[in-house]
Ligand binder design. Structure first.
Ligand SMILES: Cc1cc2nc3c(=O)[nH]c(=O)nc-3n(C[C@H](O)[C@H](O)[C@H](O)COP(=O)(O)OP(=O)(O)OC[C@H]3O[C@@H](n4cnc5c(N)ncnc54)[C@H](O)[C@@H]3O)c2cc1C
Length: 752
């Protein structure tokens, strides 16, 4: 996996940025309205080679990958450049699939003397309406829905567009023109057009990503500069939280667009799904981002002099080009559930060779994990298929203890608790990508993961912050699977404000005496150690007077009381009454506990949680495929059901990508702080929304609990509906995470 652009792409990006900064400045974009076309911009893009480079070398192009065209699309979107460059690039490739190297039209397209566009909705009754670029193109490629022919229609650009929301050069194209050329018919035409449309979807997603990023920058800049009530408006939490949400969605949309482009370049079997998801999600995100950026400009955003409205109008205008956005969700559902059947899992299996073929270079951002990682995945899958039985899943549900000692010890025997640990400490030396695969497969299998997750989090933190004695004594016990740990951060009066901790640790010779109470000490009843945050100094700012300990749970003075939760999970209150701990159990320096906490939190937020959401969607899809609706056909045939399932699938993919990005960054040596936070924020919010959506699908039967006769999907959706509520609370509430994204990620002024 390598999500960075190639050197050539970085260079192309710079060239385009420089050109568009002048040629498509906001003033020039305005001047090009209402037509939405600037000949100089078009000519400049032609000169840079942007328009023809995607054509095969045999046909006058450079045989560039879609990943290169994605750079053009993203830059053009960022500048909302007044030229239909995405349509032109895609139409050129479609024409090249049918025209010989000597074709006159293709020759003109390659040299830039003809502007070719693509009708993104088929023509009916001889007319393709609102064709992007249709008002300025010299020819359009159109699928005639009535005859099934793919035709090239020569046009005489009118120079005036149909007035429209986006100030885009839209025009109607009549396919009955006598000089039209039939390029292909029937199945051949339909297949080629469908592929071109998917290329358009993926590149338009990149274009919308560029547009959204530029609009977000405008919003953030305005929120930083504009003051009300004596402070920058970007320091208000209402502003921060919304901008953090749309920024997170945008990161996900960019990743999804890049994955769609990659999948098309690699001829992935499921590339069509990614293309559809990318268009849907990027278009929805563009609408959200531009709407937020406009809103936070107050009344000024509404004024034509302000640039943000230019972006706002084009976002919605682009989203509508394929029709009602809900139709695109149904299209996606058709792709996920072909023939109205639910696959074994809704998680798309990417089958491209796991490794980049030796005889070629990377084309751009590359999503394959590598043969080693995939081989490890196979090993993990086989292991989990054997060990995570229905009984194991059921036991965790019944007891509320999301830990299974047999599974844990079997994992330890495999060397997987210590798999990510460096070999010098007895670990498996597995890479962050392999560790993410392990975690991903565990969640996908439904394995009870909490015990292992917390144990490895504590072990990792000790590796970075602990003493040699702790590394030699405590860590091996954790990694061998002998013991697990629990986290003692939260207290009755300090939850989100964890630094307000009052559990006191006082120095007494070579020992510390601890007194206090911790809330929600999950797995305390199974743990050998508690990773305990304490107050050691009350004379300094609250963050500066904390110290972390790893305290043996069998130390006299510790008491545990169970707490049962709505989601079924058991957690605990733990009490510390004159608990005496030798100094060697202190992790990090005295009063430096906050730094230790921060390291630990990064590990907590990077888990591949989205597997839970995949299992949820699978339950809903299988139920829908088998449950009859009022007319006797399966519920999966109902558009209301299909639309919800499609939305669930998109959110799952975005969650997956945000998680993998964090893992990839970690594999490059970067501690993915904001990126891990975004992954946790998006994944849990989406999971919770999906649970609400899917229990609604079940109607009154959705009330039936797991285990009760007749419960749809065996009651698992009801169980998840309850459980999912806590995921936006523990590991940092969504509000706290949005604050981190807003201030650390977007650089908004500090909230007060
Ligand atoms: C099942 C379960 C298991 C848990 N396991 C553990 C564990 O093992 N170890 C552990 O230490 N803790 C654990 N927790 C505790 C969990 O981390 C806290 O519940 C969480 O941090 C929130 O703290 P709180 O419950 O005190 O809520 P509060 O912090 O009081 O928050 C209440 C509400 O106010 C909002 N809010 C608070 N501050 C702000 C702010 N600055 N801006 C905007 N909104 C704000 C929150 O987002 C939330 O919606 C667990 C909790 C549960 C429910």
């Amino acid at each position: 996996m390598d999500l960075s652009p190639t050197d050539e792409q970085a260079h192309l990006r710079d060239t385009l940025t420089r050109f568009l900064a002048k040629a498509a400045s906001p003033e020039r974009v305005r001047e090009a309205e209402p037509l939405g076309f600037d000949r100089e911009v078009w000519d400049g893009l032609v000169e840079i080679g942007a328009v023809a480079m995607g054509l095969p070398a045999t046909h006058g192009g450079a045989g560039a990958a879609l990943a290169d065209l994605a750079v053009v699309a993203e830059r053009a979107g960022s500048a909302i450049a007044p030229a239909p460059v995405v349509e032109a690039m895609v139409a050129g490739r479609l024409l090249a699939a049918f025209a010989g190297p000597d074709d006159a039209w293709l020759g003109r397209v390659a040299e830039g003397t003809a502007l070719l566009t693509l009708a993104v909705r088929p023509a009916t009754a001889g007319l393709a309406t609102l064709v992007p670029g249709g008002a300025v193109a010299d020819a359009a490629l159109v699928l005639d829905a009535d005859s099934g022919d793919l035709v090239l229609v020569p046009l005489r650009p009118s120079g005036s567009a149909i007035e429209n929301l986006a100030s885009s050069p839209l025009g109607d194209v009549a396919t009955t023109a006598p000089d039209r050329v039939v390029l292909a018919s029937g199945h051949t035409a339909a297949t080629a057009y469908a592929l071109a449309l998917d290329e358009w979807r993926a590149l338009t997603a990149c274009w919308l990503g560029g547009l959204s990023r530029a609009a977000l920058d405008l919003g953030v800049q305005y929120a930083t500069d504009r003051k009300q009530f004596g402070v920058p408006i970007g320091s208000f939490q209402a502003v921060q939280q919304t901008l953090a949400d749309v920024a997170t969605d945008l990161d996900g949309a960019e990743l999804l667009a890049a994955k769609a482009v990659w999948a098309l370049d690699e001829h992935e079997a499921v590339a069509d799904r990614f293309a559809s998801m990318a268009f849907s999600f990027s278009a929805q995100t563009a609408e959200k981002v531009t709407s937020a950026a406009l809103h936070f400009h107050g009344g000024y955003g509404f004024m034509e002099e302000y640039d943000v409205q230019l972006y706002f109008r084009r976002a919605k205008g682009t989203r509508l080009l394929l029709g009602d956005p809900r139709g695109e969700l149904l299209e996606l559902a058709d792709r996920i559930f072909p023939g109205g059947t639910a696959p074994a899992t809704t998680q798309p299996a990417v089958v491209a060779s796991a490794t980049l073929p030796a005889d070629r270079e990377r084309r751009g951002p590359d999503f394959r994990l590598g043969a080693d990682v995939e081989a490890f995945r196979d090993e993990v899958r086989a292991f989990l298929a054997e060990h995570v039985t229905d009984d194991v899943v059921e036991q965790a549900y019944r007891t509320g203890t999301v830990h299974n000692w047999d599974l844990h010890r079997a994992m330890a025997t495999q060397g997987w608790i210590s798999a990510g640990w460096p070999a010098e400490y007895g670990g498996g030396g597995r890479s962050p990508l392999e560790m993410n695969v392990l975690s991903e497969e565990m969640y996908l299998s439904g394995a009870p993961v909490d015990g292992m997750g917390i144990a490895s989090l504590v072990a990792h933190t000790i590796l970075l912050e602990g003493s040699d004695w702790q590394k030699a004594t405590i860590v091996p016990r954790i990694l061998s699977g002998e013991v697990i740990c629990c986290l003692g951060y939260s207290e009755p009066e300090s939850g989100s404000d964890v630094a307000a901790c009052t559990t006191k640790a006082e120095n007494d010779g070579d020992e510390w005496v601890i007194n206090g109470q911790k809330m929600f000490t999950t797995l305390a009843h199974e743990s050998a150690y508690v990773f305990l945050l304490t107050r050691t100094n009350t004379e300094v700012a609250k963050h500066k007077g904390l110290t972390m300990f790893v305290v043996p749970m069998d130390t006299p003075g510790i008491a545990i009381t169970p707490v049962h939760t709505m989601g079924g999970e058991r957690t605990n209150i733990t009490y510390y009454d004159d608990v005496r701990v030798p100094d060697r159990f202190r992790v990090g320096d005295v009063d430096a506990g906050w730094k230790v906490m921060m390291t630990a939190l990064v590990f907590e937020r990077n888990a591949a949680w989205y597997g839970e959401a995949v299992r949820l969607l699978d339950h809903a899809a299988h139920w829908a495929a088998s449950a009859p609706g009022p007319d006797g056909t399966p519920r999966l045939a109902d558009p209301l059901v299909r639309e919800r399932l499609a939305r669930g699938a998109i959110g799952n993919e975005v969650s997956n990508l945000l998680g993998w990005r964090a893992a990839w960054l970690a594999s490059t040596g970067v501690l993915p702080s904001t990126e891990g936070t975004m992954a946790k924020l998006f994944t849990t919010e989406h999971y919770q929304r999906s649970a609400g959506d899917f229990i609604d699908l079940l109607g009154a039967d959705g009330l039936r609990r797991h285990g009760s006769p007749g419960a749809p999907a065996d009651g698992w959706i009801e169980a998840v509906y309850r459980h999912s509520q806590v995921t936006t609370i523990y590991g940092g509430t969504s509000e706290v995470l949005r604050g981190i994204v807003a201030e650390r990620g977007l650089g908004l002024p500090r909230n007060r």
